[in-house]
Design a protein around this ligand. Structure first.
Ligand SMILES: Cc1ncc(COP(=O)(O)O)c(C=O)c1O
Length: 469
C-alpha cells in the first residue's frame, strides 16, 4: 500500500493548499502576531495520531494552526529587521519547484534546476555589475553565502602563503589575520567561527559612528602586522545605519598587502541596480567576493542568498565534492559545486521568475522607491519635537530615537504602531541607546505609505509624551 494519497486526492490537496496560502497572504489579520496572547497562537501542540489523518483535513488544520502565529511579512507595514516581501512570482515559482520535487544538486539530476541557476547567475552579475567571470552559489541566505565565500578566501590566502589546506586543513597552517570592523554584522562573526577562526585571529578594527570601518585604524593595523595571509571583511549597508565602507580605499589596501577582500552586501549591494544610487557602493566591484541576499531586497521567497566569488577556481575547490556515483557537471553546471550542500531546493526557479517579472527597470525602480520612501520618512520624523533620526545618510534603514525623560519613547511608539495591526516594527539597542528601526524593503511599500505612517507615529508620540509629562 502506498503511503502517498491517491493522485486525484493529491491534486485536490495541492489546489486547496494554494487557495489557503493565498487567502492567508492577503488576509487583513494584524501584522504582529505577538499582539495576541501566546496560548492563542500555539495550536500545534496536539498529540501525534497513531494512524495518519486525511491529508486534506491536515492541510486545513495546518492553516488554522499556523494563521494566528504568522507575521505579516508580505505586507507594506512590515518594517522590522531586514525582511523582503516574497514577490508573488517567486512564490508561485517556489510552489512549482516544491511540487516538481526537484533536488537541485546536479545537472544530471535536474537539468532545469541547473539551467535556471546558471541563467539567474548571469542576470545577478549583470544587475549588480560585478565581474562577469565570477561564480555564484545559491545559498540559504547571507550567513551561508559569507561562509561559502570565506571558505574560498581561506583556501586562496593559505595557498598563497604556501600551505596546502586541502591536504592539511587548519593543522599547522600559517597565521591568517582577519580584519573586521567592530560593528560588522554578527553573522560574519558566525561564518568565521564555522570556518575555524577564533577571536584571537580577529583583528577587530574600531568602527565609526555609522558602523563602517575607521579606515585609518585599519591601514595602521595592516601596516603593523607581519602575517603571511590576510582576509578583510567589509560591509555594503550597515544593519543599523545603512552605511557603506569606502571600498576603493579598502581594495587598494588589500592589494598592497595581498589580502582577500570580502563584502557583506546582504541588502546594500542592491543599490548597484540603481544608476542614480550606485555611487554609494563605488569600488565594491574591486572585491574578491560578495555575500548578498535574494530574500531581502530582491523579494525572493525565503530562503535565498548568493555567494559570489570572483575566482571561480577557489570557489569550486572550497565547495565541490567528488564521488564515483556523482556525475561531474562540466561543461554544464552542477549547482552543488558552489554551496556547502549536495541536496537542496531549486532556488534558481524563483530567482529567475522574480527577475524576469521585475526586469532590470523594475528592480531599479523598487530600490530607488524604497530609498526615496526612507528619505521622506526621515525628513518628516526630523520635523517632530523630541524625535531624532540617527542615520546621516538614509539608504532604506532608519534608526530613530524618541527622547523622553519619563518613559522608553522608542518602545512606547513601537507598541502603539504594532497595536494598530497595520505595522510590525521593533526597537534595538545600538551605541548605548534604544532606537526604533524602520527597514523599508518590502516590495509592497512605497512613498504613498509614508504620510499615513508619519501621522500615526506623530499621534502616538504626542499621546505618549502627554501621558508621561
Ligand atoms: C548586513 C547583513 N549581513 C548579513 C545578514 C544575514 O543574512 P541572513 O539572515 O540572510 O543569513 C543580514 C541580515 O539581516 C544583514 O542585514
Amino acid at each position: 500500500m502506498s503511503s502517498f494519497p491517491d493522485k486525484k486526492i493529491a491534486q485536490r490537496l495541492l489546489e486547496k493548499a494554494a487557495q489557503l496560502a493565498t487567502r492567508g497572504r492577503y488576509s487583513d489579520q494584524a501584522l504582529d502576531p505577538h499582539q495576541a496572547p501566546l496560548a492563542a497562537r500555539d495550536r500545534f501542540d496536539i498529540a501525534l495520531p497513531r494512524r495518519g489523518r486525511d491529508p486534506l483535513e491536515v492541510i486545513e488544520s495546518l492553516d488554522s494552526a499556523a494563521r494566528p502565529g504568522l507575521s505579516g511579512m508580505t505586507d507594506a507595514g512590515f518594517m522590522s529587521w531586514v525582511i523582503g516581501g516574497s514577490h508573488p512570482a517567486g512564490v508561485a515559482a517556489d510552489w512549482m519547484a516544491a511540487a516538481w520535487g526537484q533536488n537541485a544538486c546536479l545537472y544530471e539530476a535536474s537539468p532545469a534546476s541547473a539551467q535556471a541557476e546558471a541563467a539567474s547567475a548571469k542576470y545577478l552579475l549583470d544587475v549588480l555589475d560585478l565581474p562577469p567571470e565570477s561564480s555564484v552559489g545559491f545559498a540559504t541566505g547571507a550567513t551561508m553565502a559569507a561562509f561559502t565565500s570565506l571558505a574560498a578566501a581561506r583556501l586562496c590566502v593559505l595557498e598563497r602563503a604556501g600551505h596546502d589546506f586541502e591536504r592539511k586543513g587548519l593543522y599547522g597552517c600559517p597565521e591568517v589575520a582577519i580584519y573586521i570592523a567592530d560593528d560588522a554584522h554578527v553573522t560574519n562573526y558566525s561564518a568565521l567561527r564555522y570556518l575555524g577562526f577564533g577571536s584571537d585571529q580577529l583583528h577587530r578594527i574600531p568602527s565609526l559612528d555609522d558602523g563602517t570601518y575607521d579606515c585609518d585604524a585599519l591601514e595602521a593595523a595592516m601596516a603593523e602586522d607581519d602575517v603571511p595571509a590576510r582576509i578583510v571583511l567589509a560591509q555594503a549597508g550597515h544593519i543599523m545605519s545603512g552605511a557603506f565602507d569606502d571600498f576603493t580605499r579598502l581594495a587598494a589596501l588589500c592589494k598592497r598587502h595581498g589580502a582577500w577582500l570580502h563584502v557583506d552586501g546582504a541588502f546594500g549591494l542592491w543599490v548597484r541596480a540603481s544608476r542614480r544610487l550606485r555611487r554609494i557602493a563605488e569600488g565594491v566591484e574591486l572585491a574578491d567576493s560578495w555575500s548578498v541576499d535574494g530574500h531581502k531586497w530582491l523579494q525572493i521567497p525565503y530562503d535565498c542568498g548568493f555567494a559570489i566569488v570572483k575566482h571561480e577556481e577557489y570557489h569550486r575547490r572550497a565547495m565541490s565534492m567528488q564521488a564515483g556515483y556523482l556525475p561531474k557537471g562540466e561543461p554544464l553546471r552542477n549547482n552543488s559545486d558552489y554551496v556547502p550542500e549536495l541536496s537542496r531546493r531549486a532556488r534558481g526557479f524563483s530567482v529567475w521568475a522574480v527577475m524576469q517579472s521585475l526586469g532590470r527597470k523594475g528592480i531599479e525602480d523598487m530600490i530607488e522607491s524604497h530609498c526615496h520612501s526612507a528619505h521622506l520618512l526621515a525628513q518628516a520624523l526630523r520635523r517632530l519635537d523630541g524625535v531624532e533620526v540617527i542615520n546621516r545618510q538614509c539608504l532604506n534603514q532608519l534608526a530613530v530615537a524618541f527622547h523622553s525623560p519619563h518613559c522608553d519613547g522608542a518602545e512606547a511608539v513601537a507598541q502603539a504602531l504594532n497595536a494598530s495591526g497595520r505595522y510590525f516594527v521593533r526597537t534595538a539597542q545600538w551605541q548605548g541607546r534604544k532606537l526604533l528601526r524602520f527597514s523599508i524593503i518590502n516590495g509592497e511599500t512605497g512613498p504613498d505609505h509614508v504620510a499615513p505612517m508619519v501621522d500615526e507615529i506623530a499621534a502616538a508620540w504626542q499621546a505618549i509624551s502627554r501621558a508621561a509629562a
